[in-house]
Design a protein around this ligand. Structure first.
Ligand code: BES
Ligand code: MN
Ligand code: ZN
Length: 489
């Protein structure tokens, strides 16, 4: 779907040629293109300011049926993120017009303060990520993804980066997969069904895949996962996908929260907060998609995805506030609140990861707390870690990919807030303040000395309104972040 092409832009035969334009500089060295840019700059409504768009039909001297100009703003403000957005917009415009292919002119890089590899990668990503629809439940499908997106680039550059489209596509297909999973309604992704889907794809990728059902979870004493699942008529499960390339020296274990629906349990959520709770498996979706992408990318480390899958529901059998349960680690937990279920399933998976695999790096990703959304809004994930280097690596990947992360503290003295009078620990903090932190501190109790990071994605996992390279709904947040991070360690 993504192609690099070194055809001269004026001779490119296409339904739509897309030309990014800056306010203050020309971004390419073709004379014909420069003269069309000159023409469009003559229109009052187009100055090249960020967000400007203009279309020329049947342009002279150019073979394209139409040219779409997209403003990038001042050249100094051009960044991978703005190019990602531009390419996403171009793709959306192509789909809206029901085209089957578009060609994007890649800036030469002269007037821009960004590396060619970063620019090209960002444009490929933006296009690939926007070229997607979730219309599985629509009887009438009104538009289709583009079949072909060409990136016009100098021959030497095309040669140098010829492997890039496939790599970008491997990662972005992961993001799209995670989005589809999040968008799927909870009635169609009960734990067993979700587990089957993951296992099917993992096997296709040649990964060692294990699915533990309720019976095995009981045998192995995953008490916390079982306690959360108790109120649901759908059985819980745990999927383990293991990408283990020959010669791998490092091991990263990734744990993803997979609550396929979070009603809150007996501490039932309100109408306002319950409505979105099909999103509560976004961590598991991102982790599963990341392991699949790691295999596609042939990363040279072992990546193990561990996905506890449950539905948090209500029934006569549901776990009650005040109940005390025994987790996989052996530690007992007082259930102060049945809506703090994410940390329960995570600690069983984390303890298992530590005990079974002794990973060099352990990362969990979870839509864990509303408090994290309060703290950082919907544009940032919260990162908590017992390891400065690991935290820095993740936030750097966030900057590179545009999946932004902000490190949060793990203060020792806050641990008082999750003490229990009766059990080893309480899943409900005593104070309502700092809820993202107390949740992370709860997890930390179960990772021992392992280099660990927790990424709270409750904010960025979902967006009601789309943006330039993501439609409304699940965002697939975390896949590009983790793939970038794993490919750099
Ligand atoms: N799944 C929710 C967190 C959440 C909130 C995800 C908003 C996505 C968007 C989680 O299980 C939860 O209910 N957390 C509680 C914890 C509290 C009971 C300690 C919360 O954040 O209120
Ligand atoms: Mn909850
Ligand atoms: Zn939850």
């Amino acid at each position: 779907m993504l192609f690099l092409s070194s055809t001269d832009p004026a001779s490119e035969i296409t339904e739509m040629l897309v030309i990014p334009v800056c306010e203050d500089k020309d971004l390419n060295d073709s004379l014909v293109i420069a003269s069309t840019v000159q023409r469009v700059r003559g229109f009052k409504e187009f100055t090249g300011a960020k967000g400007d768009e203009a279309v020329l039909y049947d342009p002279s001297q150019v073979k394209a049926q139409r040219i779409m100009f997209i403003g990038l703003g001042k050249s100094e403000s051009v960044s991978p993120e703005s190019l990602r957005a531009m390419a996403g917009r171009a793709t959306a415009q192509g789909m809206q017009r029901k085209l089957s292919a578009i060609s994007l002119l890649v800036p030469t890089g002269d007037g821009i303060d960004a590396d060619m590899a970063d620019m090209l990668k960002a444009m490929l990503e933006g296009a690939c990520l926007r070229n997607h629809l979730f219309d599985r439940y629509k009887t009438q499908k009104d538009s289709k993804p583009l079949k072909r997106i060409n990136f016009l680039i100098k021959p030497a550059v095309a040669r140098k980066y010829k492997a890039l489209p496939a790599r970008v596509s491997a990662v972005c297909q992961g993001t799209l997969l995670a989005r589809n999973w999040v968008n799927t309604p909870s009635n169609d992704k009960k734990p067993a069904a979700f587990a089957r889907t993951i296992a099917r794809l993992a096997k296709k990728e040649g990964l060692k895949t294990t699915v533990l059902g309720k019976k095995e979870l009981k045998q192995k004493k995953f008490g916390a996962i079982l306690a959360v699942a108790e109120g649901s008529s759908s059985a819980p499960g745990m999927v383990i996908v293991d990408y283990h390339p020959r010669g791998a020296k490092k091991t990263a274990a990734l744990v993803g929260k997979g609550v396929t629906f979070d009603s809150g349990g007996l501490n039932l959520k309100t109408t306002k907060t319950i409505n979105l709770m099909k999103v509560d498996m976004a961590g598991a979706a991102a982790v599963a998609a990341t392991v699949l992408a790691s295999a596609r990318l042939k990363l040279n480390l072992r990546v193990i995805g561990i996905l506890p899958l449950v539905e948090n529901m209500i029934s006569g059998k549901a776990t009650r506030p005040g109940d005390i349960i025994r987790s996989y680690s052996g530690k007992t937990i007082e259930i102060g609140n049945t809506d703090a279920e994410g940390r329960l399933i995570l600690i069983d998976a984390l303890s298992y990861a530590v005990q079974r695999y002794k990973p060099g790096i352990l990362i969990d990703m979870a839509t864990l707390t509303g408090a994290c959304v309060m703290a950082l809004g919907e544009g940032y994930a919260g990162v908590f870690s017992n390891d400065d280097e690991l935290a820095a690596g993740i936030t750097q990947s966030g900057e590179k990919t545009g999946e932004r992360c902000w490190r949060m503290p793990l203060p020792d003295d806050y641990k008082d807030l999750i003490k229990s009078e009766l059990a080893d620990i309480n899943n409900m903090p005593r104070s309502r303040w700092g809820g993202a932190i107390t949740a992370a501190l709860f997890l930390e109790e179960f990772v021992g000395q392992t280099h660990w990071a927790h990424i709270d994605i409750a904010g960025p996992a979902y967006r009601k309104k789309g943006n330039d390279y993501c439609g409304p709904g699940g965002t697939g947040f975390g896949v590009r972040l983790l793939c970038d991070f794993l490919s750099r360690i």
